[in-house]
Ligand binder design. Structure first.
Ligand SMILES: *[C@@H]1O[C@H](CO)[C@@H](O)[C@H](O)[C@H]1NC(C)=O
Ligand SMILES: *[C@@H]1O[C@H](CO)[C@@H](O)[C@H](O)[C@H]1NC(C)=O
Ligand SMILES: *[C@@H]1O[C@H](CO)[C@@H](O)[C@H](O)[C@H]1NC(C)=O
Ligand SMILES: CC(=O)N[C@H]1CO[C@H](CO)[C@@H](O)[C@@H]1O
Length: 468
């Protein structure tokens, strides 16, 4: 046909644009899901760039590649092929056979009319954003904070700028190398261990920063033992190298720690078609958490504290977002979150087939299980005693966060990460931390320690010690 144009896509198997990740998918299936979502995202962005700049798709591709100087060569080196002008991203990707349609499997389309993509992440890599550097100045009254969490704790975030063609520029991708080093997690801005001012919207307010302001000796003592996709059972000690084994605390030499256990949803969220069968049961939850607590008791210095956080009620996500447009659908009002969720379910790449579902019965059932699991945590906190720490429970303060935000004129959808429609946003985490801190001050002030009367002098002498 005369209307063919030549386009080259940046979609090699391990391209920097999309790293791979299996929430609970088998590798084979994920390979397919991942190339589909890479393809549909890249093609959508190229088509929208062409639309915004009134250019050909070839020019749009060149524009995109020029925004990515570090991987510019990949842009031009891979997959030469053609797309037809009138094709949307779904069609382009199917025509490439990237979107393989397995026998008996549905064809997964993002666009309703005959046009996501979704970059998921893979295993986490190491980086200094995850924990403070060592600092051994033997201060008996100070405390550190340790988070045992999931991707929400690790502050999972895909920059919205990457999804909006109208705003794409060289600057949009300036954070790309850092983002991928940390597998799209930003613990340096997180609600528990954040220590840097956020550069991804909102501002950073964390338990660590507040502890540090309260007592300048609580300097750089934080650890983010979070892992994307973690469930209660991964925190336990049976696998050879569970994340918790990377917790660094010397029981005899180190100061006590405040450990925040916050696996807020992956025990009920999964990407399996028969999602209910794969949820953690209350009995499993009990056993997993008990093992984790035994491990902590064997590794934490005496006088530490453990706070168990309940699971979130994820119905909030669907309720707030399903009718809204996803960033990739905002140019042409053609992709809602409902479409995104069902596209991901169809690819078996939905991180939470049960809450991110149009089936209300299923959403309600999921919240019911989440509540049962929270009750297990609550009961453990109420009834168990440990030699090296005291233990507390707090409900996940979703309602308080939403009310507080609403009372300041905020909209509920702003509490959710726009790109994935699943994770808490920066403003959510900030509000959650404020609520956590107020509760701790009110009910368990001893865990925060006393204010250091010498804070001012410490500041005068040492200034900004930095050194993270
Ligand atoms: C877009 O480009 C075409 C061809 O170069 C031109 O005819 C058309 O007027 C342009 N449209 C706008 C809105 O600039
Ligand atoms: C964040 O930025 C503000 C204003 O630039 C500054 O006053 C504040 O100290 C910064 N906070 C942190 C934790 O760096
Ligand atoms: C909705 O979910 C429930 C619970 O898993 C299931 O029994 C029911 O068949 C689902 N309904 C539809 C329309 O898929
Ligand atoms: C659970 C997990 O992966 N934790 C990581 C936190 O960050 C440190 C690096 O400082 C890694 O070693 C851990 O693996």
């Amino acid at each position: 046909p005369t209307s063919w144009r030549t386009v080259i896509l940046a979609a090699p198997k391990h391209s920097l644009i999309f790293s791979q990740r299996a929430f609970s998918l088998s590798v084979g299936r994920w390979e397919t899901a991942s190339s589909v979502s890479r393809c549909v995202y890249v093609v959508s962005i190229i088509e929208q760039l062409a639309q915004v700049h009134n250019s050909t798709t070839k020019e749009a591709l060149e524009r995109l590649c020029n925004f990515l100087p570090e991987i510019n060569y990949l842009c031009f080196a891979t997959f030469p092929f053609r797309i037809e002008t009138e094709m949307n991203a779904d069609m382009v990707c199917y025509s490439l056979k990237l979107c393989k349609q397995d026998a008996g499997q549905p064809r997964c389309l993002l666009y309703h009319t005959p046009k996501v993509s979704y970059p998921w992440l893979s295993e986490m890599t190491e980086g200094y954003h995850w924990r403070g550097k060592d600092c051994n100045d033997g201060r008996p009254t100070s405390k550190g904070v340790i988070l045992l969490g999931d991707s929400a704790g690790a502050r999972f975030h895909i920059p919205t700028e990457w999804m909006t063609a109208a705003q794409l520029s060289l600057k949009s991708f300036s954070n790309l190398p850092l983002a991928f080093t940390n597998e799209l997690d930003w613990p340096q801005f997180s609600g528990t261990t954040g220590y840097l001012n956020s550069t991804i919207g909102g501002w950073t307010d964390s338990v660590y920063l507040r502890l540090y302001r309260r007592n300048r000796c609580n300097h750089r003592d934080f650890q983010n033992i979070s892992k994307n996709g973690i469930m209660s059972f991964i925190v336990n000690i049976t696998p050879c190298l569970p994340p918790i084994s990377s917790m660094a605390r010397n029981q005899l030499l180190d100061n006590p720690a405040i450990v925040i256990y916050a696996a807020i949803g992956n025990d009920v969220c999964n990407g399996k078609p028969d999602t209910v069968a794969h949820m953690t049961t209350p009995e499993q939850m009990h056993s997993n958490v008990m093992q984790t607590l035994d491990y902590l008791n064997g590794h934490l210095p005496k006088g530490s504290h453990v706070i168990l956080t309940g699971l979130v009620d994820g119905r909030f996500l669907w309720d707030q977002l399903h009718k809204r447009y996803h960033p990739l659908g905002q140019l042409n009002n053609d992709i809602t979150y409902e479409q995104l969720y069902s596209f991901l379910s169809c690819l078996q790449a939905n991180p939470c087939n049960d809450w991110l579902s149009s089936n209300k019965t299923l959403r309600d059932l999921t919240s019911e299980r989440a509540l049962q699991l929270s009750n297990v945590l609550k009961e453990i906190a109420r009834s168990k005693k440990y030699a090296n720490f005291d233990i507390f429970y707090m409900d996940f303060p979703l309602v308080e966060i939403a009310e507080e935000w609403h009372s300041r004129g905020g909209e509920a959808w702003q509490l959710i990460e726009p790109t994935d429609g699943f994770h808490p946003s920066q403003v959510f985490l900030k509000n959650k931390n404020v609520i956590f801190w107020q509760k701790a001050l009110r009910e368990w002030p001893h865990i925060l320690g006393k204010e250091n009367p010498f804070n001012k002098q410490i500041e005068d002498v040492f200034g900004d010690q930095g050194g993270y």
